[in-house]
Design a binder for this molecule. Structure first.
Ligand code: DC
Length: 229
């Protein structure tokens, strides 16, 4: 049986940075499930689907073959055979994923199957919104990673200004709060802390501190081996 760690939390909480670093340290695969929802959304946009037309998305999603491979330890998302990593992290795709595509049960079902299969095949750290609650309810460790919307907005602002992009801190915070609302209030698999997840509020913490804390929570113990034999 594989060893699975579930990390959930709102947008901008640093899940991917932390999960990637912890996965490297623990020699596990890092599975970014947000990228799968983004790939499905990219497919809909490219196919010219009206994102408000739920029936059209349900029908079209059957044609999307999303697979994951690892190249030099980096997750690469393939959409119908094409490496689409470079197109996933735009505001347009993130916003549409959150508002229109991830709210559809048929889409979630399809991606959940892929996520479950990956977790069954490999020891991994998987991050997302519903990993501890729905995808891997029996994960060996669960962490709910969060930070205040002010802190998350400021981190994003610093990231963008470091890249030379002009941006407005207040607008970023508003967008983050809107995304939180959508993720937490959708009918199916909303973002919420699993009852057995450890809550980690990273608002006042440096990345290294958070990684160290995650590692201390996640290192397998002899008991883990016994319970899996
Ligand atoms: O983590 P991210 O920003 O890349 O995710 C993009 C969107 O995908 C997010 O707003 C909600 C959705 N998502 C989801 O519904 N369930 C997941 N397990 C991961 C992401």
């Amino acid at each position: 049986m594989s060893y699975n760690i579930a990390i959930d939390g709102p947008a901008g909480a640093g899940k991917s940075t932390i999960a990637r670093a912890a996965a490297k340290e623990m020699n596990l695969i890092y599975v970014d499930t947000g990228a799968m929802y983004r790939a499905m959304t990219l497919f809909m946009i490219r196919e010219g689907i009206d994102l408000q037309d739920t029936e059209a998305i349900i029908k079209k999603c059957r044609e999307a073959d999303i697979t994951i491979r690892y190249q030099d330890g980096v997750q690469v998302v393939f959409l119908n055979g094409e490496n689409v990593n470079a197109y996933l992290r735009t505001e347009e795709v993130g916003h549409a994923a959150s508002s229109y595509v991830s709210v559809i049960p048929q889409v979630r079902e399809k991606l959940r199957e892929l996520q479950k299969r990956l977790a069954a095949e490999s020891d991994c750290i998987m991050d997302g919104r519903d990993i501890g609650t729905c995808v891997l309810p029996h994960a060996d460790r669960k962490i709910y990673l969060t930070a205040s919307s002010e802190v998350r907005a400021k981190r994003r602002y610093d990231e963008l200004t470091a890249k030379g992009e002009a941006c407005d801190l207040k607008k970023i915070q508003e967008d983050i709060e809107e995304r939180d609302y959508q993720d937490m209030h959708r009918e199916i698999s909303p973002l919420k802390q699993a009852e057995d997840a450890v809550l980690l509020d990273t608002s006042g913490m440096a990345v290294e501190e958070v990684v160290a804390r995650v590692l201390s929570i996640c290192q397998p113990t002899p008991l883990d081996h016994c319970s899996r034999e």
